[in-house]
Ligand binder design. Structure first.
Ligand code: MGD
Ligand code: MGD
Ligand code: SF4
Ligand code: SF4
Ligand code: MO
Length: 905
């Protein structure tokens, strides 16, 4: 072979040279150049397995050298290799293998018909088999079918032992539910100890059904995909992971949902919510017409009537009490364009900065804390970095339940031995795999963070060069940390200080350490301060501005990042532009043609206080069920009931909508187009799979209509039009264009040339220097005031199967999997209180009491109780209180002083 440097890195496929890439297999190499090599056991997302041998090719190390048959899926391509993909011998070999597989497959298999797709049949056709010569060899038709699961089926007679399902469960989800029992012909896929789906530890992610080539494991909706007239790519509207979905549609009906394998966010994976929990979309209880309350009863109204009434009432309130007597609460479930229009309606048309969104009760401390430390309140890195990092720290987040696709990725790394710290009072699923689980008392994060900083400094593990070059206020911070008493902090947190020291040393010694945090950090009185400490830890160890490091909040709702980016907060306009800056006002006036209000608006808790006091007269709520999800429910109800006028834009008659004067029927994400921004700042296109259900309007259209009704100007709610406007206002959207988003979106900041950004603060921080902040731990007022009377700490959170107010997940078969909120109590406390599993208990706080079912569990330490807030009949938020984060007013859902009693005595 000529040693021409131009040709140095090539291998040959069927005689022609092609450039190779480092680390790829022959199969990947050939597929990259669009050569078709049939496979059965291969799934490009899984480790090569080499079991079926259908992908065999002839390989010679030089042009006329001796040939060898190899499985292309697990043989690395090498420079100068000569590969024959379809020699006569290879074709014969493939045909024989596939013939054997087919002969072991039931003749009456209905997968091709019902699923419309069977990879085995495709491969058989490709290798030229129409009928098997080995027909009626004994097959596995006696295997039982498993129909125990609400969404999945197994019919193992169709199984061809490629083990893709087992490998998907292990390598993608990390659940290890599926296994193989027996050997050779008798081998069979089993769930756990050979139980049915419903008895197994399966988390219903659907990865096994997604990869199964024959429908031996399938999902119940997939059967109808064969009828699809079109497939629409969109983005899941549950959590902030932002999984891409492919929706099969016929007419105005959704048939099934799968995930595209080429999605950068989720690579074909989802959790059970994205893949299966979509039947709410045409549930009979969907709102289909505007409702106006007359004499305490809702009556159906026309859109014109509803718009007219809203315009009249809001104008009257504005004239009589001023624009600041009106407020809006926007929806992190809705698109960027809709959120932008919502704040535009409030600011530019009504004339008030009283606009907020659920970020207030969620990650507002993250946005604030990270802005203080770095200048930007968003994740510094990307989810793909999880694969590159050498250390993972998870603080106050339960990602396998709340961000399941990211959670599975984190879990995979932990299972592979990447060292990790989990800081959580509860033994979460990832805590079980963590190198260090620091099981602190709820509410003591700041004490824990100070201990970690102390030990890192004490052990000389700080990155001096990074600190000197890129940060400020280090010396004063260091001096205050080193003056702390570790014994005191140890007793506050309730975690052995030697363990904390080992964990801190491990974090600081790692080459690349990545941190993830959630509500266990933010929903506390010291939430923002703890966020600043996570930033401190990253800066003092140089873990910023590179791949595989950084501070990465696991943002909650599908578009909570976007709702805040679009200005749905009372002190910063779209693009986080402070509303008290003259420069910003000049820009606004030029754009909107009106002078925008300058006075900072009310945050959600302040809105409720003002409503109770009678100062706030009207609230417009889009897609947030505050009556169920905001803390201290009685106070929220009192506020809503005291308003003169409440407008709720919803898809269901939520607890909040029930209290409204006017209810406007919006649409679900499946019926609208626009963009969502996920937790890694990725702006992705949401494409309507179907038309709005009859009688409904998209939320964007409703807002555009109302802007026009109230004297503003909004020519269109179409995403391309609104995005163009956003790009002019929001600096980090400058280069965002609807038609250029592509399938995988772009991470902001998107520069004018359309280039996105996957890592922030590479050379310098957005604010210039990264800033260290010091704070002392302070006990929450909730425990100071109520701890003696109510001796347990209740922390509230979520489960995988249900989503927040659960208006959507409760209207799907997810309710067959989980049908109530459960209280977890430690065995020691349970004995003392005479509480047994599955019994009803009374749970009560200073604010109120509820009844629920308890379960005795070691997941919580003595003195700590845990539950969720998904079921409105229980109303967990009757118990939570008014204590908030000192900086942002994010409610302290995570520390509630309560007591518990068995109901039987
Ligand atoms: N299945 C499902 N997924 C969801 C949601 C849902 O309702 N259901 N909701 C979405 C939303 S809106 C959000 S914001 C995210 C939230 O997702 P996460 O941020 O993971 O929030 P939680 O699960 O509420 O709480 C996280 C953890 O904080 C721990 N914790 C409590 N107190 C403390 C403390 O003092 N210190 C520390 N270190 N930890 C503490 C809890 O034990 C819990 O394990 O999930 C999103 N995804
Ligand atoms: N005790 C306790 N309470 C909590 C928390 C906790 O950890 N503990 N977590 C808090 C957190 S982090 C959050 S984010 C909040 C979440 O609280 P919410 O935002 O109230 O919860 P969701 O269920 O997401 O509610 C969204 C509402 O929007 C509606 N909706 C969905 N899609 C659309 C749409 O496209 N258009 C319109 N118009 N409506 C739509 C749904 O029907 C639902 O009623 O809950 C908070 N409450
Ligand atoms: S659905 Fe997911 S967890 Fe359940 S068996 Fe399949 S891959 Fe495993
Ligand atoms: S992980 Fe989140 S975004 Fe992905 S499918 Fe589940 S709920 Fe949807
Ligand atoms: Mo949230």
């Amino acid at each position: 072979m000529t040693k021409n440097p131009e040709l140095a890195k090539v291998a040959f496929i069927n005689g022609q040279p092609y450039q190779i890439e480092a680390g790829e297999t022959i199969l990947q190499f050939a597929q990259r150049y669009h050569f078709s090599i049939p496979t059965l056991c291969d799934d490009s997302r899984l480790e090569a397995y080499g079991a079926c041998r259908v992908c065999s090719v002839d390989v010679a190390l030089q042009a006329d050298g001796p040939q060898k048959v190899v499985a292309s899926c697990h043989t690395p391509v090498a420079e100068g290799m000569h590969i024959e993909t379809h020699s006569v011998a290879i074709q014969k070999l493939r045909k024989n293998i596939v013939e054997l597989v087919v002969s072991d497959h039931p003749l009456d298999c209905d997968t091709c018909e019902s699923n419309g797709h069977c990879e085995l049949q495709d491969v058989a056709a490709e290798v030229g088999i129409t009928e098997s010569r080995y027909q009626n060899a004994e097959n596995h038709s006696h295997y039982d079918k498993d129909e125990s699961h609400p969404y999945m089926r197994s019919d193992l007679a169709k199984c061809i032992n490629c083990y893709r399902c087992v490998r998907a469960c292990d390598e993608i989800q990390g659940e290890l539910v599926l296994g193989i029992s027996g050997r050779g012909f008798a081998s069979k896929i089993i769930k756990d100890d050979d139980v049915s789906f419903d008895e197994s530890a399966c988390v219903s992610c659907g990865a096994c059904a997604h990869t199964c080539p024959t429908g031996a494991i399938s999902d119940i909706f997939q059967a109808r995909a064969v009828e699809a007239e079109k497939k629409v790519r969109t983005v899941c509207s549950y959590c902030g992971v932002g999984c891409n979905l492919e929706v099969s549609v016929r007419g105005n009906e959704i048939l099934s949902i799968r995930a595209p394998n080429d999605a950068e966010v989720n690579q074909g994976h989802t959790c059970l919510k994205g893949r299966y929990a979509w039947k709410f979309y045409n549930h009979p209880e969907r709102l289909k017409t505007p409702l106006i309350k007359k004499n305490g009863q809702f009556v159906s109204a026309s859109w014109d009537e509803a718009y007219q009434l809203i315009a009249t009432r809001l104008s009257k309130i504005k004239i009589e009490h001023g624009a600041d007597a009106i407020a809006g609460i926007s929806s992190a479930r809705c698109t960027n364009e809709e959120n932008y229009l919502m704040q535009k309606l409030l600011r530019a048309v009504i004339g008030t900065n009283n606009i907020d969104c659920c970020a207030r009760v969620c990650h507002s401390p993250t946005a604030y804390g990270m802005q203080q430390a770095f200048g930007t309140g968003a994740a510094t890195n990307s989810i793909k970095d999880i694969k590159e990092t050498s250390f993972i720290m998870v603080i106050g987040a339960n990602p396998t339940a709340a961000h399941p696709v990211t959670g599975a990725k984190i879990k995979q790394q932990l299972m592979k031995g990447v060292p990790s710290i989990v800081i959580d009072p509860v033994k979460t699923e990832i805590a079980r795999y963590a190198t260090y689980h620091l099981q602190l008392r709820p509410g003591t994060n700041l004490a824990m963070m100070n201990m970690m900083c102390y030990y890192i400094i004490e052990q000389n593990l700080v990155d001096d060069a990074f600190i000197t070059e890129r940060c400020e206020d280090w010396e004063s911070f260091k001096a205050r940390v080193m003056a702390l008493n570790m014994d005191e902090l140890e007793s506050i947190c309730g975690v052995d200080k030697a363990l904390v020291k080992r964990a801190a040393v491990a974090y600081a010694s790692a080459d690349k350490a990545m941190s993830f945090h959630g509500l266990g950090v933010t929903e506390h009185s010291q939430g923002s301060r703890t966020v600043m400490y996570i930033a401190n830890l990253a800066m003092m160890t140089g873990n910023i501005g590179r791949p595989g490091v950084g501070v990465n909040p696991l943002r909650g709702q599908n578009n909570v990042q976007g709702a805040a980016d679009m200005g749905c907060q009372p002190h910063q306009g779209a693009g986080y532009m402070p509303i008290d800056s003259a420069d910003n006002h000049a820009k606004y006036t030029a754009h909107y043609g009106v002078h925008m209000p300058e006075k900072a608006g009310l945050k959600i808790p302040q809105m409720f206080n003002a409503a109770v006091a009678g100062d706030l007269k009207a609230i417009w709520i889009m897609g947030e069920d505050v009556a169920q999800t905001d803390p201290n429910q009685q106070h929220v109800l009192a506020a809503l009931n005291n308003l003169d006028f409440l407008v709720v834009q919803e898809i269901f008659l939520s607890e909040t909508a029930k209290l409204a004067d006017v209810v406007l029927p919006g649409t679900s994400f499946l019926e609208k187009s626009g963009t969502f921004t996920n937790g890694e700042r990725r702006i992705q296109a949401v494409n309507a799979a179907i038309e709005p259900l009859s009688g409904c309007k998209t939320d964007g259209q409703i807002l555009a209509d109302m802007i026009n009704h109230l004297g503003g100007q909004q020519p269109s709610a179409a995403p391309e039009v609104v995005l163009e406007e956003i790009a002019q206002i929001v600096p980090f959207f400058a280069g965002v264009k609807w038609h250029e988003l592509g399938e995988n979106g772009k991470q902001w900041p998107v520069l004018a040339d359309g280039q996105g950004t996957d890592i922030l603060h590479i050379e310098q921080f957005k604010r210039g220097k990264g800033k260290f902040h010091y704070f002392d731990f302070a006990e929450t007022q909730e425990l100071i005031a109520n701890g003696a009377t109510f001796p347990f700490i209740l922390t509230t959170s979520r489960v995988l199967e249900h989503y927040n107010a659960a208006t959507m997940t409760r209207r799907t078969n997810n309710e067959k999997i989980v049908d109530k909120d459960i209280l977890l109590i430690n065995p020691q406390d349970a004995r003392r209180k005479q509480i047994v599993s599955d019994s009803e208990v009374k749970l009560f706080s200073e604010r109120g009491e509820i009844r629920m079912v308890a379960k005795v569990s070691n997941k919580v330490k003595p003195g700590v109780l845990f539950t969720t807030f998904h079921f409105p009949e229980l109303m967990v938020n009757r118990l939570t209180g008014d204590i908030c984060d000192t900086e942002t007013m994010c409610p302290e859902y995570k520390v509630v002083a309560v007591d518990v009693q068995p109901l039987s005595c």
